[in-house]
Design a protein around this ligand. Structure first.
Ligand code: ASP
Length: 441
């Protein structure tokens, strides 16, 4: 039927494109950002509908976490087996751990400083305190129980033993990165002792697994906008905005300090290796948004590996070692959160912390972050470990439970950025940072 007969104007080829085709023209990171904003705006209006679509978001996270273990195993074994130089491995390990510990300690210090300077818990009304305690006491108690279980895992002796997995398959089943890394490194090193004819077929298989996993991440990312929308909309619907207003000063100081850290410390490191921070964030922001949305360094790992290697020029060897390690032991955002939160809780409780207490917080928060996995909500659990050390009753975490999610999202984005900045620094010092196509650093 001609267009005139139906009364419609003739369509241009552009107009004839289907919705799907038009969507394809929009870069994925823009689609994810739009999904995030739409979810945040419409979530509270959609109410129960938003909560009902939460499983879509969780399914998306599961799809990504599913890729993590085989991807890390394969890429770390390939990296180590082709390294052929144990000294290099030791060097990379030392640089990585030094960066992570230093950055985390500086981050806690900054959090404490901001808290002391700006007083997030000063001048809170007694009636507001009572309201918060009665509203969140139950939630706080269940977190305290989790913390007690976690504390057993966090002693230094237990930590060293835990790095060596008795059963590597269990380590994989539990996504225990430290155990997985230990086994994969040893596996790769042992492979170098085999003859070439024994090693080669295994390496080919692992390379195949690695390639399939990377392709799988790319496929899964195609549904990222739907997953991100579902996650954010349901969180926005469930979020207590009233509590956000009550604790606005604390939340603003915590987020403000994380932003400050991100726009000062990381750019200084990047500049020192000749990388433009603006270009870095332009290429990295998809990962940043993703970490923010999922609140999980672990779930963000496959995407981070892909972006670091393909867009940021980090070599596979360095990325597959530094990033999984960072997802577990490097938590700069969490460290800042702990610094600000300890001061906030102490102020609300009417306690004064001395210099020794502050030093204890720096050491404890840094150590606690090493043993904690990159999953949602773990930062609050490790906060209770720090509070215990100071002798502050754990029930006081009731004061931070109500705004936990938004702070968890922010600190995860900072945590993941720190991992990638470290990977770039290590790659540069090893002569393994390529200049990505089209741009110069
Ligand atoms: N969710 C954070 C992460 O995955 C950890 C935390 O709770 O602070 O990095």
């Amino acid at each position: 039927m001609a267009a005139e007969e139906t009364g419609r104007e003739k369509e241009t080829p552009e107009e004839r494109k289907s919705f799907g085709q038009r969507l394809k023209g929009i870069p994925l990171h823009t689609q994810i950002l739009v999904a995030l904003l739409l979810g945040a705006l419409t979530g509270p209006m959609l109410g129960q509908v938003a909560v009902a679509i939460k499983p879509l978001g969780n399914a998306f996270i599961n799809l990504l976490v599913m890729v993590v273990v085989p991807l890390i195993m394969a890429s770390l074994i390939i990296g180590t087996a082709s390294l052929g130089d144990l000294r290099k491995l030791g060097r990379i390990g030392l640089k990585t751990v030094t960066f992570y510990l230093l950055a985390t300690a500086i981050a806690v210090g900054l959090g404490l400083g901001a808290g002391l300077l700006l007083g997030p818990g000063k001048g809170m009304d007694e009636s507001v305190k009572d309201q918060i305690v009665s509203q969140y006491a139950e939630d706080a108690t269940s977190r305290v129980d989790q913390a007690i279980a976690q504390r057993e895992k966090s002693s230094i002796g237990e930590f060293i033993v835990r790095i060596i997995p008795r059963n590597p398959f269990k380590a994989m089943a539990d996504t225990d990165f430290l155990g997985i890394i230990f086994f994969a490194l040893l596996f790769g090193i042992t492979m170098t002792l085999l003859e070439e004819r024994q090693r080669k077929p295994l390496l080919d298989v692992l390379q195949g697994v690695n390639d399939v996993m990377i392709m799988m991440v790319k496929l899964v990312m195609k549904v990222a906008p739907i997953g991100v929308f579902a996650l954010i909309a349901s969180q926005a619907a469930e979020f207590g905005y009233g509590m956000l207003l009550t604790l606005l000063k604390y939340v603003s100081i915590a987020i403000g300090t994380m932003v400050l850290f991100t726009v000062t410390v990381y750019p200084i490191v990047l500049r020192s290796i000749g990388v433009s921070p603006v270009l870095f964030f332009k290429r990295f922001y998809e990962v940043f948004i993703f970490a923010f949305t999922t609140s999980s360094s672990n779930a963000t790992l496959p995407l981070n590996l892909q972006v670091s290697e393909e867009d940021l020029g980090v070599s596979k060897e360095v990325a597959s070692f530094v990033l999984p390690l960072g997802a577990t032991i490097n938590m700069n955002g969490t460290a800042i959160y702990q610094g600000v939160s300890v001061i906030f809780i102490a102020q609300v409780a009417g306690l004064t912390l001395g210099v020794m207490d502050l030093l204890t917080v720096i050491v404890m928060a840094t150590l606690a972050s090493i043993g904690a996995a990159g999953v949602p909500g773990i930062g609050m659990i490790t906060l209770t470990l720090v509070l215990t050390q100071l002798g502050i009753p754990l029930e006081w975490i009731a004061f931070v439970v109500g705004v936990e999610r938004i702070l968890d999202m922010t600190r995860t984005a900072v945590n993941v950025t720190g991992d990638t900045v470290c990977a770039m620094l290590v790659a540069k010092t090893e002569g393994e940072l390529a200049v990505p196509a089209k741009d110069t650093w």
